[in-house]
Design a protein around this ligand. Sequence first.
Ligand SMILES: O=C(O)C1=C[C@@H](OP(=O)(O)O)[C@@H](O)[C@H](O)C1
Ligand SMILES: C=C(OP(=O)(O)O)C(=O)O
Length: 442
Amino acid sequence: MSGSIERRFCIQPGGQLTGHLRVPGDKSISHRAVLLGAIAQGVTEVEGFLEGDDALATLAAMRQLGVPIERPSEGALRIDGVGLKGLQAPPGPLDLGNSGTSMRLFAGLLAGQSFASELIGDGSLMRRPMRRVTDPLGLMGASIATTNEGTAPLRISPVKGLKGIDYEMPVASAQVKSALLLAGLYAEGITRIHEPAITRDHTEQMLSALGCPVSQQGGWIEVKGPVTLTSTRIQVPADISSAAFFLVGASIAPNSTVVLEGVGLNPSRIGVIEILQRMGADIVIDPDPVGEGEPTGQLTVRHAPLRGIEIPVELVPLAIDEFPALFVAAACAEGETVLRGAEELRVKESDRIAVMANGLSALGIDVEPQADGIRITGGRFSGGRVHARGDHRIAMSFAMAGLVASGPVDIDGCAEVDTSFPGFVELARGAGLEIEVIEEQS
Ligand SMILES: O=C(O)C1=C[C@@H](OP(=O)(O)O)[C@@H](O)[C@H](O)C1
Ligand SMILES: C=C(OP(=O)(O)O)C(=O)O
Protein backbone atom coordinates (compact mmCIF):
# COMPACT_ATOMS: atom_id res chain seq x y z
CA MET A 1 0.00 0.00 0.00
CA SER A 2 1.38 3.43 -0.85
CA GLY A 3 1.69 5.76 2.16
CA SER A 4 0.14 9.19 2.44
CA ILE A 5 1.91 12.52 2.17
CA GLU A 6 2.99 14.08 5.46
CA ARG A 7 3.19 17.84 5.37
CA ARG A 8 5.01 20.06 7.85
CA PHE A 9 4.88 23.86 8.06
CA CYS A 10 8.05 25.62 9.21
CA ILE A 11 7.52 29.21 10.32
CA GLN A 12 10.25 31.78 10.88
CA PRO A 13 9.21 34.40 13.42
CA GLY A 14 9.28 38.17 12.97
CA GLY A 15 6.93 38.53 10.02
CA GLN A 16 4.15 41.06 9.75
CA LEU A 17 0.99 40.76 7.65
CA THR A 18 0.03 43.40 5.12
CA GLY A 19 -2.00 43.74 1.94
CA HIS A 20 -5.42 43.34 0.39
CA LEU A 21 -6.47 39.68 0.44
CA ARG A 22 -9.41 37.62 -0.71
CA VAL A 23 -9.70 34.26 1.02
CA PRO A 24 -11.48 31.38 -0.81
CA GLY A 25 -15.22 30.77 -0.83
CA ASP A 26 -17.29 29.85 2.20
CA LYS A 27 -17.18 26.11 2.86
CA SER A 28 -20.64 25.82 4.45
CA ILE A 29 -22.32 27.74 1.64
CA SER A 30 -20.39 25.82 -1.04
CA HIS A 31 -21.65 22.48 0.31
CA ARG A 32 -25.21 23.76 0.37
CA ALA A 33 -25.01 25.22 -3.14
CA VAL A 34 -24.24 21.74 -4.50
CA LEU A 35 -26.73 19.87 -2.31
CA LEU A 36 -29.65 22.19 -3.00
CA GLY A 37 -28.77 23.10 -6.59
CA ALA A 38 -28.74 19.36 -7.38
CA ILE A 39 -32.32 18.80 -6.25
CA ALA A 40 -33.71 22.02 -7.70
CA GLN A 41 -35.48 22.22 -11.07
CA GLY A 42 -33.30 23.90 -13.70
CA VAL A 43 -29.71 25.07 -13.88
CA THR A 44 -28.11 26.62 -10.80
CA GLU A 45 -25.02 28.72 -11.51
CA VAL A 46 -22.60 29.15 -8.66
CA GLU A 47 -19.76 31.65 -8.38
CA GLY A 48 -17.06 31.75 -5.73
CA PHE A 49 -17.37 28.01 -4.98
CA LEU A 50 -14.67 26.74 -2.61
CA GLU A 51 -12.39 24.40 -4.54
CA GLY A 52 -11.22 22.78 -1.32
CA ASP A 53 -11.29 19.05 -0.68
CA ASP A 54 -14.37 19.10 1.59
CA ALA A 55 -16.62 20.93 -0.87
CA LEU A 56 -15.15 18.90 -3.74
CA ALA A 57 -16.09 15.71 -1.86
CA THR A 58 -19.70 16.92 -1.80
CA LEU A 59 -19.49 17.69 -5.51
CA ALA A 60 -18.01 14.28 -6.39
CA ALA A 61 -20.65 12.48 -4.33
CA MET A 62 -23.41 14.43 -6.06
CA ARG A 63 -22.04 13.43 -9.47
CA GLN A 64 -22.15 9.81 -8.31
CA LEU A 65 -25.83 10.34 -7.55
CA GLY A 66 -26.31 11.17 -11.21
CA VAL A 67 -26.31 14.97 -11.13
CA PRO A 68 -24.47 16.64 -14.05
CA ILE A 69 -22.18 19.36 -12.68
CA GLU A 70 -19.79 21.33 -14.88
CA ARG A 71 -16.92 23.45 -13.65
CA PRO A 72 -16.55 26.02 -16.47
CA SER A 73 -13.89 28.10 -14.69
CA GLU A 74 -12.27 28.48 -11.29
CA GLY A 75 -14.91 28.82 -8.59
CA ALA A 76 -17.76 28.46 -11.08
CA LEU A 77 -20.27 25.59 -11.16
CA ARG A 78 -23.13 24.81 -13.46
CA ILE A 79 -25.42 22.36 -11.72
CA ASP A 80 -28.06 20.73 -13.88
CA GLY A 81 -30.65 20.15 -11.17
CA VAL A 82 -32.53 16.86 -11.31
CA GLY A 83 -35.42 17.86 -9.06
CA LEU A 84 -36.38 16.43 -5.69
CA LYS A 85 -37.03 12.92 -7.07
CA GLY A 86 -34.25 12.78 -9.67
CA LEU A 87 -31.26 11.41 -7.73
CA GLN A 88 -30.04 7.96 -8.80
CA ALA A 89 -28.51 5.08 -6.86
CA PRO A 90 -24.73 5.61 -6.61
CA PRO A 91 -22.42 2.92 -8.04
CA GLY A 92 -20.64 2.45 -4.69
CA PRO A 93 -20.03 4.01 -1.27
CA LEU A 94 -19.86 7.80 -1.24
CA ASP A 95 -16.48 8.85 0.17
CA LEU A 96 -16.79 12.19 1.93
CA GLY A 97 -13.14 12.49 2.93
CA ASN A 98 -12.57 14.70 5.97
CA SER A 99 -15.92 16.49 5.82
CA GLY A 100 -18.40 16.20 8.68
CA THR A 101 -20.76 18.63 6.98
CA SER A 102 -20.93 16.45 3.86
CA MET A 103 -21.64 13.28 5.79
CA ARG A 104 -24.34 14.72 8.02
CA LEU A 105 -26.10 16.69 5.28
CA PHE A 106 -26.00 13.74 2.86
CA ALA A 107 -27.48 11.54 5.61
CA GLY A 108 -30.47 13.89 5.66
CA LEU A 109 -30.74 14.16 1.89
CA LEU A 110 -30.45 10.42 1.25
CA ALA A 111 -32.66 9.28 4.15
CA GLY A 112 -35.84 9.62 2.10
CA GLN A 113 -34.63 8.23 -1.25
CA SER A 114 -35.94 5.08 -2.88
CA PHE A 115 -32.42 3.57 -3.18
CA ALA A 116 -29.78 2.40 -0.73
CA SER A 117 -26.54 4.27 -0.14
CA GLU A 118 -23.46 4.12 2.05
CA LEU A 119 -21.41 7.02 3.42
CA ILE A 120 -17.75 6.70 4.36
CA GLY A 121 -14.82 9.03 4.97
CA ASP A 122 -11.23 9.31 6.13
CA GLY A 123 -9.89 8.17 9.53
CA SER A 124 -10.98 11.37 11.28
CA LEU A 125 -14.50 11.40 9.81
CA MET A 126 -15.04 7.70 10.61
CA ARG A 127 -14.47 8.51 14.30
CA ARG A 128 -16.96 11.40 14.53
CA PRO A 129 -20.41 11.03 16.17
CA MET A 130 -23.25 10.39 13.72
CA ARG A 131 -26.15 9.41 16.02
CA ARG A 132 -26.91 13.10 16.38
CA VAL A 133 -28.33 12.83 12.83
CA THR A 134 -29.27 9.17 12.53
CA ASP A 135 -31.43 9.21 15.71
CA PRO A 136 -33.77 12.07 14.68
CA LEU A 137 -33.81 10.85 11.07
CA GLY A 138 -34.92 7.48 12.48
CA LEU A 139 -37.80 9.27 14.22
CA MET A 140 -38.81 10.59 10.78
CA GLY A 141 -38.94 7.00 9.52
CA ALA A 142 -35.45 6.66 8.03
CA SER A 143 -33.40 3.49 8.30
CA ILE A 144 -29.71 4.28 8.80
CA ALA A 145 -27.25 1.86 10.38
CA THR A 146 -24.07 3.05 12.12
CA THR A 147 -21.36 1.08 13.92
CA ASN A 148 -21.99 0.19 17.58
CA GLU A 149 -20.09 3.34 18.47
CA GLY A 150 -22.50 5.47 16.43
CA THR A 151 -19.93 6.22 13.74
CA ALA A 152 -19.74 5.76 9.97
CA PRO A 153 -20.05 3.83 7.72
CA LEU A 154 -23.64 5.00 7.50
CA ARG A 155 -25.74 2.44 5.64
CA ILE A 156 -28.96 4.01 4.45
CA SER A 157 -31.77 1.68 3.39
CA PRO A 158 -34.70 2.78 1.27
CA VAL A 159 -37.95 3.39 3.17
CA LYS A 160 -41.53 3.93 2.03
CA GLY A 161 -41.54 7.58 3.04
CA LEU A 162 -40.59 10.03 5.78
CA LYS A 163 -42.88 11.95 8.08
CA GLY A 164 -42.35 15.39 9.59
CA ILE A 165 -41.51 15.54 13.30
CA ASP A 166 -41.00 18.10 16.04
CA TYR A 167 -37.43 17.75 17.28
CA GLU A 168 -35.57 19.61 20.01
CA MET A 169 -31.87 19.35 19.24
CA PRO A 170 -29.80 18.52 22.32
CA VAL A 171 -26.74 20.24 20.78
CA ALA A 172 -26.66 23.52 18.89
CA SER A 173 -25.63 22.12 15.51
CA ALA A 174 -26.20 23.59 12.08
CA GLN A 175 -25.29 20.25 10.55
CA VAL A 176 -28.02 18.41 12.45
CA LYS A 177 -30.53 21.17 11.71
CA SER A 178 -29.63 21.09 8.01
CA ALA A 179 -29.81 17.29 7.79
CA LEU A 180 -33.34 17.40 9.22
CA LEU A 181 -34.39 20.26 6.94
CA LEU A 182 -33.15 18.30 3.91
CA ALA A 183 -35.02 15.19 5.04
CA GLY A 184 -38.01 17.44 5.74
CA LEU A 185 -38.14 18.42 2.06
CA TYR A 186 -39.05 14.79 1.32
CA ALA A 187 -41.32 14.22 4.31
CA GLU A 188 -45.09 14.30 4.55
CA GLY A 189 -46.16 17.15 6.79
CA ILE A 190 -44.19 19.66 8.81
CA THR A 191 -40.68 19.17 10.14
CA ARG A 192 -40.01 21.47 13.12
CA ILE A 193 -36.58 21.75 14.65
CA HIS A 194 -35.69 23.62 17.82
CA GLU A 195 -32.15 24.87 18.28
CA PRO A 196 -30.95 25.56 21.82
CA ALA A 197 -28.80 28.44 20.52
CA ILE A 198 -28.57 30.25 17.19
CA THR A 199 -26.43 28.37 14.65
CA ARG A 200 -25.49 29.25 11.08
CA ASP A 201 -28.61 29.58 8.94
CA HIS A 202 -27.19 29.13 5.42
CA THR A 203 -29.54 26.22 4.67
CA GLU A 204 -32.59 28.27 5.61
CA GLN A 205 -31.37 31.25 3.55
CA MET A 206 -30.64 29.15 0.48
CA LEU A 207 -33.91 27.23 0.69
CA SER A 208 -35.74 30.56 0.73
CA ALA A 209 -33.73 31.75 -2.30
CA LEU A 210 -34.77 28.55 -4.11
CA GLY A 211 -38.44 29.24 -3.44
CA CYS A 212 -38.98 27.17 -0.31
CA PRO A 213 -39.70 29.51 2.58
CA VAL A 214 -38.48 28.32 5.97
CA SER A 215 -40.25 29.85 8.92
CA GLN A 216 -38.37 30.69 12.10
CA GLN A 217 -39.94 31.58 15.43
CA GLY A 218 -38.74 31.33 19.01
CA GLY A 219 -35.87 29.01 18.17
CA TRP A 220 -38.15 26.74 16.07
CA ILE A 221 -37.34 26.33 12.38
CA GLU A 222 -39.95 24.75 10.19
CA VAL A 223 -40.26 23.36 6.67
CA LYS A 224 -43.27 21.77 5.01
CA GLY A 225 -42.72 18.91 2.57
CA PRO A 226 -42.81 17.83 -0.12
CA VAL A 227 -41.63 20.92 -1.99
CA THR A 228 -40.27 21.99 -5.36
CA LEU A 229 -37.07 24.02 -5.47
CA THR A 230 -36.39 26.37 -8.38
CA SER A 231 -32.84 27.02 -9.54
CA THR A 232 -31.17 30.36 -8.99
CA ARG A 233 -27.71 32.01 -9.12
CA ILE A 234 -25.63 31.58 -6.01
CA GLN A 235 -22.76 33.90 -5.14
CA VAL A 236 -20.55 32.35 -2.46
CA PRO A 237 -18.84 34.94 -0.22
CA ALA A 238 -15.26 34.63 1.04
CA ASP A 239 -15.16 32.37 4.10
CA ILE A 240 -15.02 34.24 7.41
CA SER A 241 -13.61 31.07 8.97
CA SER A 242 -10.58 31.36 6.64
CA ALA A 243 -10.39 35.13 7.11
CA ALA A 244 -10.14 34.44 10.86
CA PHE A 245 -6.48 33.36 10.58
CA PHE A 246 -5.59 36.75 9.13
CA LEU A 247 -7.75 38.60 11.66
CA VAL A 248 -5.73 36.92 14.40
CA GLY A 249 -2.35 37.05 12.64
CA ALA A 250 -2.62 40.78 11.89
CA SER A 251 -3.92 41.51 15.41
CA ILE A 252 -0.92 39.86 17.11
CA ALA A 253 1.96 40.77 14.73
CA PRO A 254 3.31 44.33 15.17
CA ASN A 255 3.05 46.67 12.16
CA SER A 256 0.40 44.56 10.44
CA THR A 257 -2.56 45.91 8.46
CA VAL A 258 -4.65 43.53 6.38
CA VAL A 259 -7.73 44.26 4.31
CA LEU A 260 -9.96 41.24 3.65
CA GLU A 261 -12.35 41.61 0.73
CA GLY A 262 -15.83 40.19 0.17
CA VAL A 263 -16.04 38.33 3.48
CA GLY A 264 -19.35 36.67 4.37
CA LEU A 265 -20.90 38.55 7.29
CA ASN A 266 -23.97 36.46 8.03
CA PRO A 267 -24.82 37.39 11.65
CA SER A 268 -24.74 33.71 12.62
CA ARG A 269 -21.05 33.54 11.63
CA ILE A 270 -19.44 36.70 12.98
CA GLY A 271 -18.78 35.65 16.56
CA VAL A 272 -15.04 35.72 15.84
CA ILE A 273 -15.16 39.46 15.11
CA GLU A 274 -17.16 40.19 18.25
CA ILE A 275 -14.81 38.10 20.44
CA LEU A 276 -11.67 39.69 18.98
CA GLN A 277 -13.13 43.18 19.37
CA ARG A 278 -13.96 42.45 23.01
CA MET A 279 -10.30 41.46 23.40
CA GLY A 280 -9.28 44.88 22.04
CA ALA A 281 -8.67 44.00 18.37
CA ASP A 282 -8.80 46.83 15.84
CA ILE A 283 -11.20 45.52 13.18
CA VAL A 284 -13.21 47.86 10.98
CA ILE A 285 -16.20 46.46 9.07
CA ASP A 286 -17.27 48.12 5.80
CA PRO A 287 -20.40 46.36 4.57
CA ASP A 288 -20.70 45.85 0.79
CA PRO A 289 -23.84 47.18 -0.91
CA VAL A 290 -26.73 44.82 -0.24
CA GLY A 291 -27.02 42.24 -3.03
CA GLU A 292 -29.13 39.15 -3.67
CA GLY A 293 -27.20 36.66 -1.57
CA GLU A 294 -25.79 36.65 1.93
CA PRO A 295 -24.31 39.87 3.37
CA THR A 296 -20.61 40.54 2.70
CA GLY A 297 -18.15 43.25 3.55
CA GLN A 298 -14.56 44.38 3.77
CA LEU A 299 -12.68 43.85 7.02
CA THR A 300 -9.66 45.98 7.89
CA VAL A 301 -7.57 44.67 10.75
CA ARG A 302 -4.56 46.39 12.34
CA HIS A 303 -2.18 45.22 15.02
CA ALA A 304 -3.46 46.07 18.51
CA PRO A 305 -2.69 44.96 22.05
CA LEU A 306 -5.15 42.25 23.15
CA ARG A 307 -6.50 41.49 26.63
CA GLY A 308 -7.93 38.25 27.98
CA ILE A 309 -11.70 37.94 28.40
CA GLU A 310 -14.38 35.51 29.51
CA ILE A 311 -15.96 34.48 26.24
CA PRO A 312 -19.77 34.84 26.48
CA VAL A 313 -21.28 31.38 26.08
CA GLU A 314 -23.90 32.58 23.58
CA LEU A 315 -21.10 33.49 21.17
CA VAL A 316 -19.74 29.92 21.11
CA PRO A 317 -21.89 28.54 18.22
CA LEU A 318 -21.32 31.77 16.28
CA ALA A 319 -17.56 31.24 16.32
CA ILE A 320 -17.37 27.46 16.66
CA ASP A 321 -14.74 26.88 13.95
CA GLU A 322 -12.63 29.90 14.91
CA PHE A 323 -11.57 28.77 18.39
CA PRO A 324 -8.20 27.33 17.37
CA ALA A 325 -7.30 30.77 15.94
CA LEU A 326 -8.89 32.54 18.93
CA PHE A 327 -6.77 30.42 21.32
CA VAL A 328 -3.68 31.80 19.56
CA ALA A 329 -5.01 35.33 20.07
CA ALA A 330 -5.67 34.51 23.75
CA ALA A 331 -2.10 33.23 24.13
CA CYS A 332 -0.87 36.68 23.00
CA ALA A 333 -3.29 38.66 25.18
CA GLU A 334 -2.61 40.31 28.51
CA GLY A 335 -4.20 38.20 31.27
CA GLU A 336 -6.53 35.23 31.18
CA THR A 337 -9.05 34.11 28.58
CA VAL A 338 -11.71 31.62 29.67
CA LEU A 339 -13.90 29.57 27.34
CA ARG A 340 -16.77 27.38 28.65
CA GLY A 341 -19.72 25.66 27.00
CA ALA A 342 -17.64 24.51 24.02
CA GLU A 343 -17.57 20.70 24.47
CA GLU A 344 -18.41 20.43 20.74
CA LEU A 345 -14.77 21.32 20.03
CA ARG A 346 -13.85 17.84 21.23
CA VAL A 347 -15.65 16.15 18.29
CA LYS A 348 -14.43 18.17 15.32
CA GLU A 349 -11.76 16.97 12.87
CA SER A 350 -9.66 16.47 16.02
CA ASP A 351 -10.28 17.05 19.72
CA ARG A 352 -9.55 20.75 19.29
CA ILE A 353 -9.31 21.44 23.03
CA ALA A 354 -6.71 18.71 23.62
CA VAL A 355 -4.69 19.26 20.44
CA MET A 356 -4.58 23.04 20.90
CA ALA A 357 -3.72 22.70 24.61
CA ASN A 358 -0.82 20.37 23.78
CA GLY A 359 0.52 22.68 21.11
CA LEU A 360 0.14 25.85 23.16
CA SER A 361 1.98 24.31 26.09
CA ALA A 362 4.70 22.99 23.80
CA LEU A 363 5.19 26.65 22.82
CA GLY A 364 5.48 27.75 26.46
CA ILE A 365 1.93 28.99 27.08
CA ASP A 366 0.14 28.29 30.36
CA VAL A 367 -3.14 26.47 29.60
CA GLU A 368 -5.71 24.59 31.63
CA PRO A 369 -7.97 22.46 29.41
CA GLN A 370 -11.42 21.64 30.77
CA ALA A 371 -14.11 19.22 29.63
CA ASP A 372 -16.03 22.01 27.89
CA GLY A 373 -13.41 24.66 27.29
CA ILE A 374 -10.02 26.02 28.27
CA ARG A 375 -8.30 28.67 30.35
CA ILE A 376 -5.36 30.35 28.62
CA THR A 377 -2.95 32.76 30.29
CA GLY A 378 -1.35 35.14 27.82
CA GLY A 379 2.43 35.01 27.47
CA ARG A 380 5.09 34.78 24.79
CA PHE A 381 5.34 31.89 22.36
CA SER A 382 8.70 30.13 22.40
CA GLY A 383 9.81 28.37 19.26
CA GLY A 384 9.21 24.64 19.10
CA ARG A 385 7.49 21.74 17.40
CA VAL A 386 3.75 21.07 17.59
CA HIS A 387 1.39 18.58 15.94
CA ALA A 388 -1.84 19.62 14.18
CA ARG A 389 -3.07 15.98 14.10
CA GLY A 390 -4.42 16.40 10.58
CA ASP A 391 -6.73 19.24 11.63
CA HIS A 392 -6.66 22.02 9.03
CA ARG A 393 -7.73 24.81 11.38
CA ILE A 394 -5.14 23.89 14.00
CA ALA A 395 -2.35 23.84 11.40
CA MET A 396 -3.24 27.35 10.17
CA SER A 397 -3.69 28.69 13.70
CA PHE A 398 -0.20 27.61 14.78
CA ALA A 399 1.19 29.04 11.55
CA MET A 400 -0.07 32.45 12.76
CA ALA A 401 1.43 31.83 16.22
CA GLY A 402 4.80 31.51 14.46
CA LEU A 403 4.66 35.20 13.50
CA VAL A 404 5.36 36.27 17.08
CA ALA A 405 7.31 33.32 18.52
CA SER A 406 10.81 33.78 19.92
CA GLY A 407 12.14 31.01 17.61
CA PRO A 408 11.07 28.93 14.59
CA VAL A 409 7.83 26.96 14.92
CA ASP A 410 7.50 23.58 13.17
CA ILE A 411 3.98 22.19 12.72
CA ASP A 412 3.49 18.52 11.83
CA GLY A 413 0.27 17.05 10.43
CA CYS A 414 -0.63 19.89 8.04
CA ALA A 415 -1.69 17.85 4.97
CA GLU A 416 -5.41 18.59 5.45
CA VAL A 417 -5.19 22.39 5.07
CA ASP A 418 -6.57 22.08 1.54
CA THR A 419 -9.88 20.78 2.91
CA SER A 420 -10.98 24.34 3.70
CA PHE A 421 -8.25 26.68 2.47
CA PRO A 422 -6.49 25.76 -0.77
CA GLY A 423 -3.74 28.31 -1.42
CA PHE A 424 -3.29 29.19 2.26
CA VAL A 425 0.50 28.92 2.12
CA GLU A 426 0.84 31.15 -0.95
CA LEU A 427 -1.64 33.75 0.34
CA ALA A 428 -0.06 33.87 3.80
CA ARG A 429 3.44 34.06 2.34
CA GLY A 430 2.38 36.88 0.01
CA ALA A 431 1.04 38.76 3.05
CA GLY A 432 4.35 38.39 4.90
CA LEU A 433 4.32 35.08 6.80
CA GLU A 434 7.69 33.32 6.47
CA ILE A 435 6.38 29.81 5.85
CA GLU A 436 8.09 26.82 4.26
CA VAL A 437 6.39 23.50 3.53
CA ILE A 438 8.17 20.18 3.89
CA GLU A 439 6.49 17.15 2.33
CA GLU A 440 7.47 13.58 3.03
CA GLN A 441 6.02 10.22 2.03
CA SER A 442 4.96 8.52 5.26
O1 LIG B 1 -23.32 23.35 8.94
C1 LIG B 1 -22.13 23.61 8.67
O2 LIG B 1 -21.74 23.93 7.54
C2 LIG B 1 -21.15 23.54 9.77
C3 LIG B 1 -21.58 23.51 11.08
C4 LIG B 1 -20.68 23.41 12.22
O3 LIG B 1 -20.72 22.09 12.72
P1 LIG B 1 -21.81 21.59 13.80
O4 LIG B 1 -23.14 21.62 13.20
O5 LIG B 1 -21.36 20.19 14.13
O6 LIG B 1 -21.67 22.54 14.95
C5 LIG B 1 -19.24 23.74 11.85
O7 LIG B 1 -18.37 23.34 12.88
C6 LIG B 1 -18.83 23.11 10.55
O8 LIG B 1 -17.53 23.49 10.19
C7 LIG B 1 -19.72 23.54 9.43
C1 LIG C 1 -15.70 21.32 11.80
C2 LIG C 1 -15.39 21.61 10.53
O1 LIG C 1 -15.89 20.99 9.41
P1 LIG C 1 -16.70 19.64 9.23
O2 LIG C 1 -17.53 19.41 10.47
O3 LIG C 1 -17.50 19.84 8.00
O4 LIG C 1 -15.67 18.54 9.04
C3 LIG C 1 -14.48 22.73 10.25
O5 LIG C 1 -14.31 23.04 9.05
O6 LIG C 1 -13.89 23.35 11.16
